[in-house]
Design a protein. Structure first.
Length: 338
């Protein structure tokens, strides 16, 4: 019996390795995956935030074009924006993207401080470092990046640095109760327990891609039409994110209440959501849009999950280009005499 059990275990391990190899082989021959992982060729900039945390930023496109600043989300890296960066660059837009504190090539937060206010200070630092005197940018955030913009707006003069904003796949509070991962069970869980089990988990992920892991990631963060290349590309970032950073940011987001900060976004602000986003359902986007003092529209894309920048780069890039064009038009329109 012991010999049989050992043989079955060995056979299972061999089968697992074979499945893993087939999965990896499929990815390295996937043209979309190869495009996603290709270097973006940005010009690196080091930004120092208010608390001394060093952030890695990159600048793309023309040096004198209208500027869009991109802030990625939780467990991601600036390369998430690759498809959007390429599309905006083709439209003559200058793009600045940066890694959030503790993510990608940015340093861990000074004092391990991942409070949302610190993320807001990082937005201010990036704008100050990458924009010229009197210049204003369209600021865009995905998930935690959008929350960072709201946290920035709470304590800074938005109109001084920004001419417009876009908030993508995000919420500003009630994230544990609001998500759709576990149905009604999530609403019955005690909040501290729910946080420890979900957003605050420090569990280490397997250091390699696998069909099972990608299936779980697909369910949690992607819509029904996402490709294996898109899922695997994000999986690389998720694996690379340090567990302590992931947990600290998760706890900060679960305790967040920034709904009031939306009223401080006094520039035209566009809100985008995925109809199949289980992490930040479209109800969050609708509430934000209703709160904004200068709403620039609400776009809900069908068959789209939480990774809208990867799943729908054409639609997102077109919407951002529209914001850029509207902002330029507003600057050139003569003042009314009436």
């Amino acid at each position: 019996m012991a010999w049989t059990t050992a043989a079955l275990g060995a056979a299972g391990a061999i089968a697992g390795v074979a499945i893993q190899r087939r999965h990896a082989h499929r990815l390295i021959h996937d043209p979309e995956y190869l495009r996603l992982i290709a270097p973006l060729g940005g010009r690196p900039v080091t930004v120092v935030s208010a608390d001394g945390t060093r952030l890695h930023a990159e600048v793309y496109g023309p040096r004198d074009g209208p500027t869009v600043v991109l802030a990625h989300g939780w467990t991601e890296q600036l390369s998430l924006w690759g498809p959007v960066i390429r599309r905006l660059g083709a439209r003559g837009v200058r793009v600045v993207a940066y890694d959030l504190r503790g993510h990608g090539a940015s340093d861990p937060a000074a004092g391990h401080d991942y409070a949302l206010r610190r993320f807001g200070e990082d937005v201010e630092a990036v704008l100050a470092a990458c924009m010229g005197e009197g210049e204003r940018a369209v600021v865009v955030g995905h998930s935690l990046g959008a929350m960072s913009i709201a946290a920035w707006a709470e304590h800074h003069d938005v109109g001084e640095r920004a001419c417009a904003a876009a908030l993508v796949n995000t919420g500003l509070g009630d994230l544990i109760k609001g998500h759709q991962l576990f149905g009604e069970l999530a609403k019955r869980l005690d909040s501290p327990l729910a946080t420890r089990l979900t957003m605050g988990s420090r569990a280490r992920l397997p250091p390699f891609s696998s069909p099972v892991q990608t299936a779980v990631i697909r369910y949690v963060v992607f819509g029904p039409t996402a490709t294996i290349a898109q899922v695997a590309f994000y999986e690389r970032m998720l694996i690379a994110c340090p567990p302590d950073v992931r947990a600290a940011c998760g706890v900060a987001m679960s305790e967040m209440n920034l709904w009031h900060a939306a009223t401080r976004l006094t520039v035209p602000t566009l809100v985008l959501a995925g109809a199949d986003d289980r992490l930040t359902p479209a109800a969050h986007a609708r509430r934000i849009a209703e709160t904004l003092p200068d709403p620039a529209g609400l776009i809900e894309l069908p068959e789209t999950g939480h990774m809208l920048p990867l799943e729908r780069p054409d639609e997102l890039s077109a919407a951002l280009a529209g914001l850029v064009a509207d902002s330029a038009l507003a600057r050139t329109e003569p003042l009314s005499n009436t």
